[in-house]
Design a binder for this molecule. Structure first.
Ligand SMILES: Cc1ncc(COP(=O)(O)O)c(C=O)c1O
Length: 280
């Protein structure tokens, strides 16, 4: 476990560099900025691959030779929740899936949306997103745990056991996640994620049914992007909508509202109520 997916991604790419001898990180231009940070820290070149209008990596734009590359595929991009083509796993010297947002969907009835993730050499998942944990809780999984741990472990004469990964001292960060899993079970966890997905679909439907609004795409991982068709009223809407109801993101120069549904108790009607108050 790591305190967040920024460190989970860095840890995974550290293992990629030292296990597979990669010299570059190949990721989409919608990958989270933690990937660029990790490449920078690890002294790896970063090559960015263009994306579709809804934010998934364009497979045909990948370089043919990935023999010295760590290919990073995102499962649930930060801006739009898009899933990169996970079937690409295994094509590069190392494949890392940044599943910070959508990884837990693998436990749900929509698990097949993440098919291909099993081909990855490493996977990062935030527990403080769809495992409903307090912030600073993430997991990094390795296909070959022994090899990866050997690459990212360092010992010292003053240590009883080597440090595995970046952290030295750390708290018992697995306890809240363990407690949650014991209380809810795998099914309870899945059921809450499915409720989030349902809320996202209700928001998308609400947007589709309102002639004033435009939906970017039907949500696949619980992230909904929408905006007024008349984009000149975007700022007025932003001011009128209750704080924390939506965030915003910019895609190809255009601003969109964004709902990343992380609260299974969220009420989509709150959005429709709020919309009654915004200027036409
Ligand atoms: C896809 C993705 N990767 C990585 C991160 C970084 O996670 P953290 O904020 O836990 O460091 C985020 C956070 O939003 C994310 O959405």
């Amino acid at each position: 476990m790591t305190p967040g997916s920024t460190l989970a991604n860095l840890t995974a790419l550290w293992a990629a560099r030292d296990c597979a001898g990669v010299t570059e990180v190949v990721a989409s231009d919608m990958a989270h900025l933690s990937i660029a940070k990790a490449a920078h820290i690890l002294g790896l070149k970063l090559r960015q691959i263009p994306t579709t209008p809804t934010g998934a990596m364009i497979e045909d734009a990948l370089p043919s030779d990935l023999s010295r590359s760590a290919l990073v595929l995102t499962a649930g991009t930060t801006s739009t929740g898009a899933i990169d083509p996970l079937a690409l796993g295994g094509r590069a010297a190392w494949t890392h899936v940044d599943a910070a947002w959508a990884g837990p969907m693998r436990l749900t009835r929509l698990s097949d949306r993440l098919d291909g993730i099993e081909k990855a050499d490493s996977v990062a998942v935030s527990a403080h997103k769809w495992f409903f944990q307090p912030k600073e809780s993430a997991l990094v999984f390795f296909k070959d745990v022994e090899k990866a741990h050997a690459a990212i472990s360092m010992g010292g004469t003053y240590l009883a056991v080597p440090n595995v990964g970046i952290l030295g001292s750390h708290g018992a960060m697995a306890i809240p996640l363990l407690a949650t899993l014991m209380a809810w079970g795998r099914e309870g966890m899945a059921e809450r994620i499915e409720r989030c997905l349902d809320v996202a679909e209700s928001i998308a439907k609400l947007v589709n049914d309102d002639p004033r609004l435009e939906l970017l795409a039907w949500p696949v991982t619980g992230v909904v992007n929408w905006r007024p068709k008349d984009t000149s009223v975007f700022d007025a809407w932003h001011q009128a909508l209750p704080e924390a109801l939506v965030s915003t993101t910019t895609l190809r120069g255009d601003r969109w509202f964004r709902n990343a549904v992380a609260n299974p108790m969220a009420n989509p009607l709150a959005i429709s109520e709020a919309m009654k108050c915004v200027p036409l």
